[in-house]
Design a binder for this molecule. Sequence first.
Ligand SMILES: *[C@@H]1O[C@H](CO)[C@@H](O)[C@H](O)[C@H]1NC(C)=O
Ligand SMILES: *[C@@H]1O[C@H](CO)[C@@H](O)[C@H](O)[C@H]1NC(C)=O
Ligand SMILES: *[C@@H]1O[C@H](CO)[C@@H](O)[C@H](O)[C@H]1NC(C)=O
Length: 365
Amino acid sequence: MGSSQKSFFVFLLHVLVLHFVVLLTRAENITHAPEAIYVLGDSLVDVGNNNHIKLSIIKADFPHNGVDYPDKKATGRFSNGKNAVDFLAEKVGLPTSPPYLQNVNQNFLKGVNFASGGAGILNTTNDGTIHRAISLTRQVEMFGSVVQKLEKQLNTNGVHKHISNSLFVIVIGSNDMFGYFGSNSEFAKTTSPQQYVDMMISTFQFQFKALHMLGARKFLIVGVGVIGCCPSQRIRTKTGECKEDINLWTTKYNQQLKVLLEQLKSTLGDINYTYFDTYGALSKLITNPSTYGFTAPEEACCGLGKLRAEFACLPISHYCANRNEHIFWDLYHPTEATDRILVDFIYNGQQFVTPINLQQLINST
Ligand SMILES: *[C@@H]1O[C@H](CO)[C@@H](O)[C@H](O)[C@H]1NC(C)=O
Ligand SMILES: *[C@@H]1O[C@H](CO)[C@@H](O)[C@H](O)[C@H]1NC(C)=O
Ligand SMILES: *[C@@H]1O[C@H](CO)[C@@H](O)[C@H](O)[C@H]1NC(C)=O
């Protein structure tokens, strides 16, 4: 090799190494990016499925939702902007998984989102005509149909590899809690809170095993947040403090969920997961708001009445100018600013993730 060729070669090598470093940094230190992200859950991660549920009023496809989304578009996200799955996808270097109901015949090789505003673990949560959502059970069935479609495109081995290299994100449980502790709960008349939590756990376990049977191996499981402190619950107390009964039983549910995941890992053997303690993380934001740039940890940004939580975020409602200083966008949902912080905790954090953070999960083979 002549010396000019040699220096050209060295130059090329530099370019390649630099390129590689840039790629690594861009995908935030990922060595084994997942092939796809499959999302199951509720309004915290819905990206537009409920737009397609005809009579349901559990929707966010109108202003002021999306006021900070590109083109100010109200996509069906229950947020002023992006939600947690948008940030998760960015971290991992994949596009946000599209809503399943937007086009059920699409090719979903990069993943798909089944999450539905109002959805619960239990079939009975929001199964009315106008309060209607896609239950976790139904979402798992939908994933089953996606797997059947994948089997037509890839061979059996290929499908197995694809699914086991994909990330499953599950964010659910809040609506079951709201249902039980709501003002006209049928369950509360006949079932103790402990029995109800046990039902949530056993149903979750059943659906988790169904996903495992379909090939899922890597999970991000998000616990239920400190929902007694969201504006809709605060206005039910005299002084606007957090509602303790729902927080207490949410804590119990989260504890049982953590134990269940440990058991599932030891019995199934071939899964890895990240459990995110949203309850702890959100509590930290609410009790140390200024550390994270928040000035209004209690009130909703968009809505009407006390704490802007007596009426939902509708086109006639007011919305705040300082959205980055609010933890809550509307009476139930976090702002884009909150979700950005929570996803940082999930991805790189040490404190609220068990047994490993998402970056470690993704880099486990
Ligand atoms: C990526 O890894 C480097 C070196 O280990 C570390 O300094 C940096 O904080 C990591 N970045 C992220 C986003 O985790
Ligand atoms: C929930 O609904 C599914 C059908 O989507 C049904 O197979 C299942 O038995 C139901 N579970 C309960 C506990 O009713
Ligand atoms: C789980 O993580 C461990 C440690 O990184 C790894 O050795 C194992 O292969 C992973 N298992 C699966 C099913 O991804």
